[in-house]
Write a protein that binds this ligand. Structure first.
Ligand code: SF4
Length: 343
């Protein structure tokens, strides 16, 4: 069965024609799918019964419900979805915001050493229906205000599907969200061996969502120790692409920097980072590392993080320490394993 979820108006017009419906029925279908949020085709009651019945032989709405949920003492909730060996999405409440940290792949093939997802390997891409199911099935679905593509997977390694979801989230006939409510986090995928295109450049050109780049170390050899994909996608190249774009308006770029004790947290790193980002309209988000099992990596002590932050701010690079959420339920940054309650 093919999913209707994830299709845009043009795709749905083609579906309509196949079942003898006028193309404008696609407008009714997007309304049912993305606004009224029906779970089955039979619920699209303003379409003729015969067309619905014929369609149901080939198609389904394609929403997948979560299989488990666990709540943190800080209100963060982690949902488990039954895709591949397990995919997690995290809902983070914060004052008047409800942000969904969404997954784009079943696992990840980037292999970052500090990340539980990377350790579990890659088990395939999520299709648009799988990504949209996370938005539509969590208990807070109707009150979500923001989304961050920071869950399991590298979103620019599955850009076609992620782009389709962003299109639906921001289309007037879809969720009608402003792109400013969406942030995509990437290690900086600057080339695709299959197509020769740069997914990072495509992201910059094809949408206007905010960008967060996982930086973690300004020195290439040291960064490669933490993030083996530095060799394939050098940070230098990522920065040279980003420097072609203007971030002085509404669109923002931030650099994520997880602080590891004795690895990337001394003056040398802070000064190199400041030199590297000088002249860019950006912000650095420092993140406390959450220990993962069987890893020698340790979190930097808080005073060291504060000194690092002050040094960067004094060098003119706007730097903040990001609050950590959901650590007790293994929902914080780098802790998603797709195993739900178990680690
Ligand atoms: Fe993949 Fe992100 Fe984990 Fe790196 S940090 S392995 S890119 S999910």
């Amino acid at each position: 069965m093919e999913a209707l979820l994830g299709k845009n108006i043009e795709d749905l017009k083609a579906v309509c024609v196949k079942y003898g419906l006028k193309p404008f029925a696609a407008n009714q279908m997007v309304d049912w799918l993305y606004r009224k949020r029906v779970r089955d085709i039979d619920g699209m009651t303003n379409l003729p019964k015969a067309a619905r019945e014929a369609m149901m032989r080939d198609y389904e709405v394609g929403r997948t419900a979560y299989s488990d949920v666990i709540s943190s003492s800080d209100g963060t909730r982690k949902y488990l979805f039954p895709f591949g060996p397990g995919v997690e999405a995290v809902m983070i409440p914060d004052k008047d915001r409800s942000t969904l940290c969404v997954s784009s792949q079943m696992g990840c093939r980037m292999g970052c050493r500090f990340c539980m997802t990377g350790r579990g390997g890659w088990h395939g891409n999520l299709d648009p229906a799988g990504i949209l199911s996370q938005f539509m099935e969590v208990d807070e679905a109707t009150v979500l205000t923001n989304a961050v593509f920071m869950g399991m997977g590298e979103p620019l390694d599955n850009w076609d599907s992620v782009r389709r979801v962003i299109d639906i989230l921001t289309a007037p006939w879809g969720f009608a969200w402003s792109p400013k409510r969406i942030t995509l986090s990437t290690i900086g995928v600057t080339s695709d061996v299959r197509t020769g295109e740069s997914p990072l450049r495509r992201f910059m050109e094809e949408c206007s969502c905010h960008l967060a780049v996982s930086l973690h170390n300004p020195f290439p050899e040291e960064r490669a120790e933490l993030m083996p994909m530095e060799k394939a996608f050098p940070l230098e190249k990522t920065l040279s692409v980003l420097k072609e774009y203007d971030f002085s308006g509404q669109r923002r770029v931030s650099f994520e920097y997880i602080m590891f004790a004795g690895i990337n947290d001394d003056k040398r790193h802070a000064d190199a980072l400041a030199r590297m980002l000088r002249g860019m309209e950006c912000r650095v988000n420092l993140i406390r590392f959450h220990r993962i099992p069987d890893s020698p990596l340790m979190p930097s002590p808080l005073p060291v993080i504060e000194q690092f932050k002050t040094r960067l701010n004094n060098a003119g690079v706007l730097t903040t320490l990001r609050a950590s959420r959901g650590e007790d339920i293994l929902a914080a940054c780098g802790m998603l394993s797709g195993k739900g309650k178990k680690i």
